[in-house]
Design a protein around this ligand. Sequence first.
Ligand code: NAD
Length: 477
Amino acid sequence: MNQPIKEPSFRESVDQMFNRAVSLMDLSPGLEEKIRVCNATYTVRFGVRLRGKIHTFTGYRSVHSEHMEPVKGGIRYSMGVNQDEVEALAALMTYKCALVEAPFGGSKGGLCIDPREYDEHELEQITRRFAYELIKRDLINPSQNVPAPDMGTGEREMAWIADQYKRIHTTDINGNACVTGKPLNAGGISGRVEATGRGVQFALRAFFRDSEGVKKAGLTGDLDGKRVIVQGLGNVGYHAAKFLSEEDGCKVIGIIEHDGALYNPAGLEVEKIRAWIGKHGGISGYSDSHHVDKGASVLEEPCDILIPAAMEGVINLNNADRIKANLIIEAANGPVTAGADQVLREKGVVIIPDMYANAGGVTVSYFEWVKNLSHIRFGRMQRRQEESRHQLLINELERLSKDKELGWTLSPGFKDKYLRGADELELVRSGLDDTMRIAYQSMADVWHGRDDVDDLRTAAYLVAIGKVAASYRAKGL
Ligand code: NAD
């Protein structure tokens, strides 16, 4: 049997991509190094008494860059968490925030734990204890460091963290802003749960509006009818697959999960499969005829768009040359290694890079943080005022439509649609769409405009690093 090819670590892989971009920039000596390095990584080991025995857990919070504060980045629960991984993810957060103009530095945290091994009460005890360790060192703090959900965590864990912070800082009126991704009834914002998957959809729509980019990927037309394979039907993968199939006419032909894959060129039912996973913990048993035991092999099936949305390093030097997708959108962080990136580029595969593709999460987290600091729901002041101004126009149009000489009428449904002022969810989606369009354009301008840049990832790094460097220069560094 062939030995797997050894590749650089996740952090080294991010550094290599960074280096590729800075070699095309003219940064002052030392600034390049300052931007690349991770400022600090805190490791904590703590004990929790569970089932009559003390269990020791290891967690991390890494701060990559404090050129803007607070720093921002998710907390991940997974057995694979380690220092190298959180540092790579924290660095990606710095570049991601810069690219989409969310005013944060980059951070990331993680706990080495398999959440499936614990019940809800145990997870609450563990989460509160981990949060306590970070809070007392200001590694969770509304003005310094604001976590969010990531792999293995969600609204529930964020609510525990916010509550733990408020127990310790009882008089901090901005306490809710210490973490984002909270449930709506605990200071969250509409649309945060779907945000990263929604962002993937908006990113693809932005891509398909760029005819030059579509041509470079060897594709034509729009999203309608495109064949999609998605890896990981968790928060990000599920929402992306759902919106693309329900709203843009894509056909999801492959779904890869931790216990195998489902593959059907005629299309798969995302909603039903998600419900099955929710009940059974995996896709096994869903369909004998479409089940593939070696799930990762489905990454290599022909498709138009491949969406790795599970974890890092899944497309690497061992499988890159067998990937047949025209377009890869990195919904997960770091799913393509630096080595695989090169192989795919040489093959002409277009990759929409993670720092842009999954920035929907941090973008809506930014809106949630602003909402928490302003203590008011978006749209609360203007919604009815907007509706009454629209009513004025409708009244006038209705008056004119009674005029037989003019002979026109309002289209059916127009009045209701026009009258309705935007609620928070609509405003959040609109803000996210705007963010994704602007960020895409900034990358595409570099991608199509510079002869020395032949991929979107390098373009994204150039834009992001340029912004971080400008912010350091403004500080006099
Ligand atoms: P999640 O825990 O909700 O989902 C991950 C899914 O991947 C699960 O369904 C899991 O069963 C599956 N999975 C695990 N190992 C797998 C394997 N070997 N093969 C196939 N599937 C596997 O996590 P998530 O929040 O959806 O995050 C997924 C990725 O997206 C991560 O890389 C994360 O850093 C990134 N991301 C998440 C957010 C967010 O808002 N949640 C934001 C930005 C980036």
